[in-house]
Design a protein around this ligand. Structure first.
Ligand SMILES: Nc1nc2c(c(=O)[nH]1)N[C@H]1C(S)=C(S)[C@@H](COP(=O)(O)OP(=O)(O)OC[C@H]3O[C@@H](n4cnc5c(N)ncnc54)[C@H](O)[C@@H]3O)O[C@H]1N2
Ligand code: MOO
Length: 396
């Protein structure tokens, strides 16, 4: 059995980002740029008014004297009129500032009488209220470098510089394979010995929370042939396979054997941790396979502590769960010599372990916002002691 840090290092050593693909910029939020992306035009593409008002040449104005207004440029107009010397042009926000003018006065700081304009704006400087062509970015200039996570602002920025398609690391295609003869679909009636299957809904929800929507769910009974066949098929189409259950030492636990049959190389199996001790991880070329120990709380803990980071790496980011140090709100008597992840409630620098930590339970997890990580050493963790806390990437 290996420790948690060693497992994390193995994951980092074995997972790299998926090669870039071209996608429509409208579908790229949350993706990471796989190549440097350059502006296709100057932004703004022309000298542009930032106010509704009047454009004029600053030096042609004599303070205190009225100017004649001649012509008008609304937004979208080619703005090709040329202002006559000493005259102002009516202009609107976003419009191209016409030739022969360099400054805009906002209309609230003027008074117009017929064709005559009186300006009362002491603070106005030459070039005032005019955005210069290329002030934001020049055509051909680097807009966003490879490795940038595309936020809504990033999408807007790239669209604004004329980009329709971007080269991004794709989000992986994921198979969830749930194993177990005891599993029944929620909504159907339970026969003796059956339980409701909850891992697939939970994993699908966790995946969609982090923008992973290319997900297929497969259900397989505890049968080596059938499980091998399903893994074999999944390896043809998915980058990632998440199996739940069947990874321990029981006579009906076939995950490790089936993965090996399918040519998957075992990288680790069993960690010094609770929950999720029998966690399995293997690879086949760039594909990754996790065998998540079937207990729902083990599944979700392993998902957040290991799978989440692997999905981020495949998608081109090095993101990990946010780690903070926090004061333990109650004493914990940790009796085993395994790293322990406790479902917790974190607020204002303090963390409280929730009631009901066993790995078959999800009730505490359902209201947790963090996992508390306690080291391998068996000892009392005292109230007031500082501990490591991993914040869950839940909706906030
Ligand atoms: N002799 C030993 N037995 C066990 C050990 C051990 O070291 N020696 N480890 C225990 C630990 S720790 C865990 S965790 C489990 C992991 O077992 P498996 O991965 O083989 O999972 P299963 O036995 O198939 O299921 C465990 C538990 O979870 C329930 N389950 C499974 N799939 C689902 C699902 N899709 N939805 C809801 N619940 C599910 C299943 O019914 C079992 O109750 O092994 C221990 N045993
Ligand atoms: O590791 Mo198991 O997850 O303790 O039940």
């Amino acid at each position: 059995m290996i420790g948690v840090e060693e497992a994390l290092n193995i994951l980092e050593d074995n997972v790299t980002s998926l090669p870039g693909v071209q996608v429509d910029v409208d579908r790229a939020v949350g993706c990471v740029l796989a190549e440097d992306t350059y502006a296709t035009c100057d932004i703004p593409p022309f000298n542009q008014s930032s106010m509704d008002g009047y454009a004029f040449a600053f030096n042609s104005r004599t303070k205190g004297e009225a100017m004649e207004v001649k012509g008008e440029v609304p937004a979208g107009d080619s703005g090709s009129i040329r202002a006559e010397t000493g005259k102002a042009v009516r202009i609107f926000t976003g419009a191209r500032v016409p030739e022969g003018t360099d400054t805009v006065v906002m209309q609230e700081k003027t008074r117009q009488q017929g064709d005559l304009l009186y300006i009362a704006d002491e603070g106005l400087q030459p070039g005032g209220n005019v955005r210069q062509q290329g002030e934001e970015i020049r055509q051909g200039e680097l807009a966003l470098p490879a490795g940038t996570l595309l936020t809504p602002a990033g999408i807007g920025f790239l669209s604004g510089v004329g980009i329709r398609e971007v080269n991004v690391h794709p989000r992986p295609s994921i198979a969830i394979i749930v194993t177990g003869n005891e599993l029944q679909k929620p909504g159907e009636s339970l026969k003796p010995g059956q339980i409701y299957e909850s891992n697939s809904s939970m994993l699908r929800a966790a995946l969609s929370e982090t923008g992973m929507h290319d997900v297929m769910v497969y259900t397989v009974e505890d049968n080596l042939e059938k499980l091998s066949a399903t893994i074999h098929e999944c390896l043809k189409v998915h980058h990632v396979i998440l199996l739940t259950g069947g990874v321990s030492v029981g006579d009906y636990d076939f995950v490790v054997q089936a993965a090996t049959r399918c040519g998957v190389t075992r990288k680790f199996h069993k960690l010094r941790q609770r929950p999720g001790k029998p966690l399995y991880f293997g690879t086949k070329e760039q594909q990754v396979i996790f065998g998540l120990p079937g207990n729902p709380s083990s599944v979700l803990t392993c998902y957040y502590e290991y799978v989440w980071m692997v999905l981020q790496r495949l998608s081109g980011t090095e993101r990990k769960l946010t780690r903070v140090r926090a004061t333990l709100g109650t004493t914990v008597n940790k009796k085993n010599t395994l790293t322990q992840f406790l479902k917790g409630s974190y607020a204002g620098g303090q963390v409280i372990p929730l009631q009901g930590q066993e790995s078959f339970r999800l009730r505490s997890f359902a209201t947790a916002n963090c996992l508390i990580r306690l080291g391998e050493e068996a000892r009392m963790y005292e109230e007031g002691e500082t501990v490591d806390v991993h914040l869950l990437p839940v909706y906030r």
